[in-house]
Design a protein around this ligand. Sequence first.
Ligand SMILES: [Zn+2]
Length: 404
Amino acid sequence: MTDKLAKIIMQRCDQLAQFSEIEGQLSRGFLTKPMIATHDLVKKWMQEANMITRLDAVGNLIACKTSHNKNAKTLLIGSHLDTVRNAGKYDGIIGVLIAIAAVEILKDKELPFHIDVVAFSEEEGVRYKTPMFGSKAVIGKFDNGYLDLVDNDGISMKQALINYGLDPHKIPQAAYKPKGVLGFLEVHIEQGPRLAAMDKPVAIVSAINGATWATASFVGKAGHAGTSPMDLRQDALLATAEIIIELEKIALSTDGLVGTVGQLEVRPGSSNVIPALTEFSLDIRHSEDKVRQQAVDKLLARADDLAKKRKLEFNYCENTIHKATAMDSNFINILKEIDPLLPIMPSGAGHDAMILAEFTPTAMLFVRSPNGISHNPEEIVWEEDIEAALSVVVRFIEKLANLK
Ligand SMILES: [Zn+2]
């Protein structure tokens, strides 16, 4: 049955990819017009799996398979339906469709818990430049200030909700009660090349990487590029070049660490003037906060040395710190029992699971991205990998329910 459903999931991904704000590509933002057709179709599939559907006040589409035990807790399974601009067909979507298919397989089985399949309304942060407020509403952490955010057309989030037929005053009711929730499981494409390199279809996510996002600068002295001797210069760009290479060295020598300088400004920015000032971004990520901090400290110590050596000033400002989010160890153990050969790896990107993990035991599965590409129309998944992930999800539910 999983093979038949995997085929259906692939077809459904193609169907949903037609619902887009822009013709010829897939772009589907939070509560935009194509989300209406998306919700209608996903709702139909949920109902075909015998689930009762509802739309909460932030537009999360939720479908319930109820247990006979009315006081039972609820297992949440899902991912998001919104996309980035010019997206691939699978990011987020497969997590929702695999959850529906898992319930389809188990629909005649009595479980000791309810299952809510949750299709989050917003994860990517495209329309309001703020990500994951679908999942934030579910855990009761929706900030009312979000309602005043305005999109590129001048429409506030509050108005967008009203236009979609939703009542912003009811957003607090979208929150689950922590005691009533058993846990959360999200299936997502890996969006990277590691599973493909290992030739494995599915992985267990150990943690979602923490990140340090900072801005740094070296300040030196401008001077004539022709008349200033090399040994008397205070060239800010040379120190910057060295520190960027240092970041690469630290990352290459620390298992799992990634470091990026994605922005660099050089002033005054003339071909015949020695660079007096640089300003650059730093993005450093790891699944363990301690390891990430050690890398940051090592880099900063090296920057201070370079500043001394080259008679420069070094400035550093941390803009954002995201702590690493560990997935639930009991859930990881259950997944390992299902298939001891499943690789375990951290997630380099943020996901709804990161938000849910604050609130309830959370686990995540990655499905191989065969070409390692995501947030791009070239994003692909293989049907047999979908089938493998679906089998793991069904076994996970059965194990939680002590059915097998
Ligand atoms: Zn996603």
